[in-house]
Design a protein around this ligand. Structure first.
Ligand SMILES: CC(C)(COP(=O)(O)OP(=O)(O)OC[C@H]1O[C@@H](n2cnc3c(N)ncnc32)[C@H](O)[C@@H]1OP(=O)(O)O)[C@@H](O)C(=O)NCCC(=O)NCCS
Length: 239
């Protein structure tokens, strides 16, 4: 249940410039508390202890203001920033490295049992107050603008804005590719000028490679040379 805790804390530190230390994240981040409560609630739910799952979910909601149904399936390094007012429904599915701000709803539009909540693919960023409704799919690396109401599928890598949400024209073609792994995480979903600059992107890529090499050297020096083969990130090609 808690085996991914370390990478979840690391993800928060990497994605929130306000986060200064592990201790601060553990003590002060309701998104992390809600996620841990959800891991326990989901465990109970999958065991068939549905009332216990609902009770744990309710406790998490009371403590954090974040309501996650115990049946929701959530991937790794999920970060709810600020958190208050988030609602995630029973049949919602969330991939890896998804980032969400406060006031987001992953809601249903039907009373029918079965899949009725959204599927959010990897690396999606969902702005504050966005509502994503129904059994729709948000493609990998898409960005959902704050306060958007999304009622239909969103393709990978695009930005969806407004009510009802529509795909926005990219302000830079490179930015459109960014969230699908081309660029690092975009805080607030907003590509800053530094990230749009080809030289800055090359430097960012090289810095990531150096960090990966440093970690591999540390692992080798510690005598564990098992699972870290071929993990170098691809160098990004400036456009
Ligand atoms: C959607 C978003 C990712 C777009 O960022 P971007 O690619 O930098 O887009 P820009 O700022 O260049 O704006 C592009 C256009 O979309 C409009 N726009 C931006 N965000 C919008 C939103 N949430 N709703 C409606 N229109 C929006 C802009 O006004 C602009 O319109 P124009 O072309 O007519 O001038 C970003 O605006 C956003 O909403 N991020 C979430 C931020 C958030 O929730 N922060 C909470 C922190 S606590």
């Amino acid at each position: 249940m808690f085996k991914h805790l370390r990478e979840e804390i690391d993800a928060i530190i990497a994605r929130d410039p306000a986060a200064r230390s592990w201790l601060e994240v553990i003590v002060c981040y309701p998104g992390l508390h809600a996620l841990l409560m959800h891991r326990m609630a989901h465990f109970a739910w999958r065991k068939g202890w549905t009332l216990l799952g609902r009770m744990l979910s309710q406790l998490g909601r009371t403590l954090t203001g974040i309501e996650i149904h115990p049946g929701a399936v959530i991937g790794r390094r999920f970060f709810i920033d600020h958190g208050m007012g988030v609602v995630i429904g029973e049949t919602a599915e969330i991939g890896d490295d998804v980032h969400m701000y406060h006031g987001v709803t992953l809601g249903g539009t039907s009373l029918a049992r079965g899949k009725r909540h959204p599927t959010i693919r990897d690396r999606v960023i969902i702005g504050a107050g966005a509502k994503i409704l129904g059994a729709i799919e948000i493609g990998e690396g898409a960005r959902i603008g704050s306060n958007a109401v999304v009622v239909s599928n969103v393709p990978p890598g695009v930005t969806a804005l407004g009510i009802p949400a529509k795909v926005a024209a990219p302000r830079d073609p490179a930015a459109a590719m960014a969230p699908t792994g081309f660029l690092p995480f975009l805080a607030y979903g907003t590509p800053c000028d530094e990230l749009l600059d080809p030289m800055a992107r090359r430097i960012t890529a090289l810095t990531e490679q150096i960090e990966t090499l440093r970690q591999r050297i540390e692992t080798l020096e510690a005598g564990d040379n098992g699972p870290h083969q071929n993990t170098l990130p691809r160098e990004r090609t400036p456009t």
